[in-house]
Design a protein. Structure first.
Length: 311
């Protein structure tokens, strides 16, 4: 049975004070400050969060929701995949974050909820590199092909290439590193806004990849058996690259994305994706506008064995 056939748990953090994060806006071109009050933005984001969780659970996808605390203030806590990742060998990895207020997301309550339910056999703490201004923001900075042991990453201020290779060495991945820019020529801040790697296919903004790296990226995807669905800059801006393939309790796979991302796709693109697995989409407009991230960023996949399996 492949990794993608095995059920997973999704860790999701219900925000306590979601909002536009000034500390991340400089390197995240996807963020746009809302004209609404902080309270209105937060309340709308919570409704979007709850609706997505409910939709996932309706499809028998296991979701572990941890309520964030109001203090310390962590406006981006809704995006846990940036600071922690979980792996089949029982490893939990903590990552160094670019924004100082995002470092506060590594809260005891979240880690305790994970350790209470899952057998964490090894902790790899890369967050100490924050002291040297070296950053690697988890499965935002890189996109994993867990079956083929590949880690795709575009270079950015938030993705230190040496740290990526250190991660790959410890977790047995091969790094596929490339340059990628948006329509304005700005470095794309996170790889997971421009590409998604699933079991048999990959969604990627090929035209964003630097000319000198493009052929190698395409060849690696094809060699690993992926059908490539190319999206445009406009579709990337609508978060069509920020998708995640998930597996429910019955071993059935789904592709999760926002409604904005889904609406940006052409009918033939939807048909291609649905030939592999059903699509789940939910409105995340407030989260996307103010947070600069979307559905994939909201879900941290937990592949670690649950303690209940050892009772």
């Amino acid at each position: 049975m492949t990794l993608q056939n095995k059920a997973m748990t999704l860790l999701m953090i219900r925000p306590a004070r979601f909002g536009y994060n000034v500390q991340t806006a400089g390197s995240n071109a996807f963020q746009r400050r809302s004209e609404e009050s902080h309270s209105a933005v937060h309340q709308r984001a919570v409704r979007e969060f709850d609706a997505l969780v409910e939709k996932l659970r309706q499809h028998r996808i296991d979701v572990l929701v941890v309520q964030d605390s109001p203090e310390p203030h962590t406006p981006d806590s809704i995006f846990p995949n940036n600071w922690v990742s979980f792996h089949r060998d029982g490893s939990m990895v903590l990552y160094p974050m670019f924004a100082e207020n995002r470092r506060l997301e590594r809260k005891y309550e979240v880690l305790a909820a994970i350790k209470d339910r899952f057998l964490v056999r090894r902790e790899i703490d890369l967050s100490i590199n924050e002291a040297d201004n070296r950053f690697l923001e988890g499965t935002g900075s890189f996109v994993l092909d867990r079956e083929s042991r590949l880690a795709y990453a575009c270079r950015s201020p938030r993705t230190d290439e040496k740290l990526l290779r250190e991660f790959c060495g410890q977790l047995d991945y091969r790094a596929v590193v490339f340059d990628a820019v948006d329509r304005e020529g700005r470095a794309i801040y996170h790889t997971n806004v421009m590409m998604c790697v699933a079991d048999r296919y990959a969604v990627i903004n090929i035209e964003a990849v630097g000319q000198s790296d493009r052929a190698a990226v395409v060849a690696t995807l094809q060699t690993s058996g992926k059908t490539i669905l190319s999206i445009s800059h406009a579709q990337m801006a609508a978060f069509a690259g920020n998708m995640l393939q998930v597996t429910n309790k019955d071993g059935k796979r789904f592709l999760v994305m926002s409604s904005q991302a889904f609406d940006s796709l052409q009918p033939e693109q939807v048909s291609l994706l649905e030939s592999f697995n059903p699509i789940i989409h939910s409105p995340l407009d407030t989260v996307e506008q103010n947070g600069g991230g979307s559905a994939r960023c909201m879900m941290a996949e937990v592949y670690i064995t649950p303690k209940s399996d050892h009772d």
